[in-house]
Design a protein around this ligand. Structure first.
Ligand code: ME8
Length: 498
């Protein structure tokens, strides 16, 4: 059985889930469900990033200990992931003792390999990003992400010999041994590695107390990004000194947003090379979205709360809408109006209306025997082909377009055949037409499964199939003519009008 290990970034617990973060995880969940549907053994890792100065400060403001704040906010994340039906296999927290052990062991291993040395760091630091910037990266002395003045810091710390990895990484990318997608992101990393000199990286902090201690020097804690990246190893119980390696490694895909590209394509692989273990098969960095043309930010007050949106549209509708608005690897713009338009056109008037229309017609007879139908069969086959290629290439929006295409085809078929007239004059023909439509609906149930698992169950239940259908392998489910339809039930409206 093929294995599929997929990760998302671990979220900062200093804030509650926002739409940007939910975007990465929704996409990862659709992929995880798609690979499970294909019969693969999936391991889907998510988690929370809980150390560092930002979190300690926030806890102080809220008169809590950092651990209390982390517990409270990690629980919020778990709750949000339940709301959005995120089918993760493990939720790793960087304050978990197992994680802390992996980090400690990994640091010792790299230290023993003489890839870490002590020095003094002077630099321009953004407290919110928890990272140093080069003067060139700042905009008028301010952090490009937070627009806050960077502060000058000088501290004793340990350095990781990142510079030693510039050439090996460049070579691996050029030889496609280290895959970064999409192409623009790969070019961005290549450009950086070709034109800039990679500096050694300060990997510990003297001033930050809320962190994992450096194993050989308790006066320092490990830099939060090093700590965080190692969740991808601790999440599968990986330890440097254990002979037996977890079967999940390496990840088949790591999904990230483009803002954290360098951490994942330079620092992360350099750490893995120093540990002597294979690199992840692919890193994919998705785009960012703006809200009505503007960057989503607290100061502009346009942060969208995904849980509020889920109340308006339903969590599953939101899963569909957010992945269909623009191509995954690109930037895009979202707005309330766009969500309303999508909901009405594709879900309420599209899939929802078709579902109700067919089941209302189907209620006129008890049984619809199985039969062959060339045109319908051909259409469904071509929809599956497009859909599968799209999902295998992370083209979520185009997979959803193929689903809409099938819905459009089915709607047109009803209008052409006018089954309500056939019912009066040719019942055998009526049953055939209805069989095709019900079969179309069954395929839609399968096609939407990774995107809207509950709605998919609802469709199977209304076709009278329920668990029988879900237990089938995809190879069988996607074929034409699986079963006769009997005792269909209209059931609840899939997508109520707003
Ligand atoms: O970066 N559009 O956590 P995080 C699209 N803890 N995606 C967005 C976005 C937007 N407007 N805003 C944020 C961290 N994201 C670190 C990760 S991993 C070892 C450590 C995405 O909570 C962002 O790209 O700030 C990232 O993938 C995710 O939200 C979590 O961001």
């Amino acid at each position: 059985m093929n294995k599929f290990y997929i990760t998302t970034p671990i979220y900062y617990v200093n804030a509650k889930p926002h739409l940007g973060g939910v975007y990465t995880t929704l996409a990862a969940d659709v992929l995880a469900r798609w690979h499970r549907m294909k019969g693969e053994k999936v391991f889907f890792l998510i988690g929370t990033d809980e150390h560092g100065e930002k979190i300690a400060k926030k806890a102080e403001e809220q008169k809590m200990t950092p651990q209390q704040l982390c517990d409270q906010n990690a629980a919020r994340y778990e709750q949000a992931w339940d709301t959005f039906s995120i089918s993760y296999d493990r939720f790793i927290r960087t304050t978990d003792p197992e994680h802390e052990k992996t980090v400690t062991d990994v640091m010792k291993d790299i230290y023993n390999k003489k890839l870490i040395y002590k020095g003094t760091y002077h630099g321009l630091y953004c407290v919110d990003c928890e990272r140093y910037y080069t003067a060139k990266e700042l905009v008028d002395g301010c952090c490009p992400l937070h627009q806050k003045k960077a502060v000058v810091l000088s501290e004793k710390c340990y350095f990781f010999k990142l510079s030693a990895f510039q050439r090996p990484l460049l070579k691996m990318i050029l030889k496609n041994e280290w895959i970064i997608e999409p192409e623009e992101r790969r070019n961005e990393v290549l450009g950086f590695l070709k034109n800039e000199k990679l500096e050694d990286l300060a990997i510990s902090r003297e001033k930050v107390k809320w962190g994992i201690p450096v194993p050989w020097d308790n006066s320092q804690t490990i830099y939060v990004w090093i700590d965080a990246l190692l969740n991808y190893l601790s999440g599968i119980n990986w330890h440097p000194n254990e002979e037996k390696r977890p079967e999940q490694w390496p990840p088949d895909i790591q999904l990230i947003g483009k803002d954290i590209l360098k951490f994942h394509t330079i620092i992360w692989p350099a750490m893995l090379l120093s540990l002597g273990i294979p690199l992840p098969k692919k890193i994919y960095a998705h785009g960012f979205f703006t809200v009505e043309g503007q960057k989503m930010s607290k100061s502009l007050g346009n942060i969208i709360d995904p849980e509020e949106l889920a109340v308006t549209f339903g969590a599953e509708a939101l899963r569909w809408m957010i992945l269909s608005l623009f191509p995954f690897g690109q930037d895009g713009d979202i707005s309330q109006t766009k969500f309303y338009d999508k909901y009405n056109a594709e879900l309420s008037n599209g899939l929802g209306n078709f579902h109700r229309r067919v089941l209302t017609l189907a209620a006129k007879k008890d049984i619809y025997p199985l039969h062959e139908a060339d045109d319908f069969k051909r259409k469904i086959k071509s929809v599956w082909e497009k859909y599968e290629t799209s999902l295998d290439h992370l083209k979520f929006e185009s997979a959803l377009t193929s689903i809409n295409d099938l819905i459009g085809f089915c709607d047109k078929y009803i209008n052409q055949k006018e089954p309500w007239k056939l019912f009066k004059k040719d019942i055998a023909e009526y049953q055939k037409v209805l069989y095709n439509l019900l079969e179309g609906l069954r395929h839609l149930g399968w096609l939407i499964q990774p995107f809207m698992p509950e709605k998919s169950n609802q469709i199977f239940a209304s076709l009278g199939l329920d668990n029988l259908e879900k237990e089938k392998p995809l190879t069988k489910g996607k074929q034409w003519g699986q079963t006769e339809f009997k005792k269909t039930i209209i059931g609840e409206i899939l997508f109520p009008r707003l």
